[in-house]
Design a protein around this ligand. Structure first.
Ligand code: NOJ
Length: 566
């Protein structure tokens, strides 16, 4: 070990700051305009400098890239776009030597249609063992010409595609909750279960510290695959809160969508828990489960299942003190009830970056739907200001926080990409009505004066970078007091020094309703979500997301103070 020791046996994930790397857009070492594993290895010291504990890598596996790698055609290999298994080993060793843990993505709801398993299923006849590994059904109508049910793909359009038999006649249909290139497995198949145990062991044997589980609420479908029409307000991953499925539904009402949050998924995670437990060290399973309310989501992290779940309720909360206080309380209670830490997250590769989302207004508030017809695009100055304040609040909270690459630079959503550059299947499946997620996936800027802002050793970047990102490049912020990068570094250092991640939340009264103020050990955190300035209480200022004037905290700003003992 040359860096920080990785201390075993500490359940490190309870308090960790985990940084999401989106390999396509982090750093490109071979100059082809697409990020790669060697590029990541070379930049890891800068993440060490930021002060994170672990990285989560979005998929880098063999894939035709129809959904940016979430369409896997070989779960145990690296796509040549990103490098080789040896490059992965170097990356992991480099990270571990720096004291950074490595979490990889696993995509178990569906494979790529290019996967050998699916190709074998297509070649086999209806009723065969190969077909039983995926969700094939006969169509309705006189000649099977209608889809088996009315389900819609999360990316738009039908969730079923009809196959063509080897003799050229139309055949069965297969289910794809996402793109037609992403056929859903049938997890009733013991064969599928065994394959995924083997995939987990392949990466655990290589030394990974855990997995982020894609669509962890989607793998089991209700028997009979009944028709279902989701509410118009559903989230980007289909995570519609149960409260909007039907008026009057209560917090304890189970989700009704027959493809989300079915009870059978929990048996799979109990099984995976055992697979991980057989390995030394604290290996972790993190659920991407768009399930509401939090009391339901907490089922994914019961003691014998996964360890963490992304707190999307927190991500979707507007910059509003009352709502923030309520979601923080609900999160600590729901996860605390099952003995799990809460997580906190504001951005990822599927949602509008929070430096833009927090300045959206009215109908766009959820930030899932920026498209060509969106009126009132976010004010970037206000967005950045709120993002800095929101991140400062998030990083003070007890539990584990997830960061998404580029948020430490204050990157906004790229809202004006040229249409010809777009790659998200959502754009194509909605005939250009929804932009989808390319705007949060633009390669990040490292050096203002370099070609592709230092993202690549060449000039190309697979999505064009907005010219104004030069000013946000890492080298323009590193060591610059008050930059967003330095704000994150300071927050991460203080979080560690004051043990905030293992602390508690004690709300403080006597503030304006637009203020969320709480005490966490010897630190008092004051988040002002309103536009008017407020007076700070006594105590040395440790951190402020905006410049203070005397003891005045301006609007849309957060400060951390040393608590004055009574
Ligand atoms: C969730 C992933 O985060 C997203 O990027 C992907 O498109 C879907 N799952 C399908 O795998």
């Amino acid at each position: 070990m040359t860096g920080t020791e990785l201390t075993p046996g500490t359940e490190w994930w309870r308090t960790a700051v985990i940084y999401q790397i989106y390999p396509r857009s982090f750093a490109d070492a071979n100059g082809d305009g697409m990020g790669d594993l060697a590029g990541i290895s070379a930049r890891l010291p800068q993440l060490k400098d930021l002060g994170i504990d672990a990285i989560w890598l979005s998929p880098f596996y063999t894939s035709p890239q129809r959904d940016a790698g979430y369409d896997v055609s070989d779960y145990c290999n690296v796509d040549p776009l990103f490098g080789t298994l040896d490059d992965f080993d170097v990356l992991q060793r480099t990270a571990h030597d720096l004291g950074i843990r490595v979490i990889v993505d696993i995509v178990p709801n569906h494979s790529s249609s290019d996967h050998g398993w699916f190709q074998a299923a297509l070649a086999a006849s209806p009723g065969s063992e190969e077909r039983a590994r995926y969700t094939f059904r006969d169509g309705k109508g006189d000649n099977g010409e209608l889809p088996p049910n009315n389900w819609e793909s999360v990316f738009g359009g039908l969730a079923w595609t009809r196959t063509t038999d080897p003799d050229g006649t139309p055949g069965q249909w297969y289910l794809h909750l996402f793109d037609s290139s992403q056929p859903d497995f049938d997890w009733d198949s013991e064969w599928v279960r065994e394959q995924f145990r083997a995939v987990l062991r392949f990466w655990l044997d290589r030394g990974v510290d855990g997995f982020r589980v894609d669509v962890a609420h989607g793998m089991i479908k209700a028997p009979g695959l009944p028709d279902y029409t989701p509410p118009a307000e559903g989230g980007s991953m289909g995570g519609a809160p149960s409260s909007i499925l039907e008026p009057g539904i209560t917090a304890e009402t189970p989700l009704t969508a027959p493809y989300w949050a079915q009870d059978g998924v929990h048996e799979i995670y109990r099984d995976w828990h055992q697979v991980l437990a057989a390995y030394p060290g604290d290996r972790v399973l993190a659920a991407e489960a768009w399930v509401d309310p939090l009391s339901q989501m907490a089922k994914w992290v019961r003691p014998d299942e996964m360890h963490q779940a992304f707190n999307f309720a927190y991500l979707e909360t507007p910059w509003n003190a009352t709502q923030l206080k309520s979601v923080i309380d609900d999160s600590l209670e729901a996860f605390g009830n099952v003995g799990a830490p809460s997580t906190w997250v504001l951005s990822n590769h599927d949602v509008v970056r929070h430096a833009s989302r927090l300045a959206l207004t009215g109908d766009n508030l959820q930030g899932h739907g920026i498209g060509p017809k969106t009126v009132g695009l976010p004010d970037t100055v206000l967005g950045l200001r709120r993002a800095r304040a929101a991140s400062a609040l998030m990083l003070s909270l007890p539990g584990s926080s997830y960061l998404y690459q580029g948020e430490e630079l204050g990157l906004p959503e790229a809202v004006d990409l040229p249409d010809h550059a777009r790659e998200d299947p959502t754009w194509f499946r909605t005939n250009g009505e929804r932009y989808g997620r390319d705007g949060c996936r633009v390669p990040i800027p490292w050096e203002a004066a370099s070609e592709s802002f230092g993202f690549s050793t060449g000039a190309k970047s697979w999505l064009p970078q907005p010219a104004e990102w030069a000013g946000l490049a890492r080298d323009q912020q590193d060591g610059v007091a008050d930059s967003t990068l330095e704000l994150y570094k300071l927050a991460l250092r203080l979080r560690r020094e004051h043990s905030l991640a293992s602390g508690t939340v004690e709300w403080q009264g006597g503030f304006d309703p637009a203020v969320a103020a709480y005490r966490n050990g010897d630190v008092t955190v004051v988040a002002n979500t309103g536009s008017a300035s407020i007076q700070l209480p006594a105590g040395d200022v440790l951190l402020a997301s905006e410049e203070l004037v005397g003891r005045t905290l301006p609007g849309d700003a957060t400060a951390w103070l040393l608590t004055v003992q009574p």
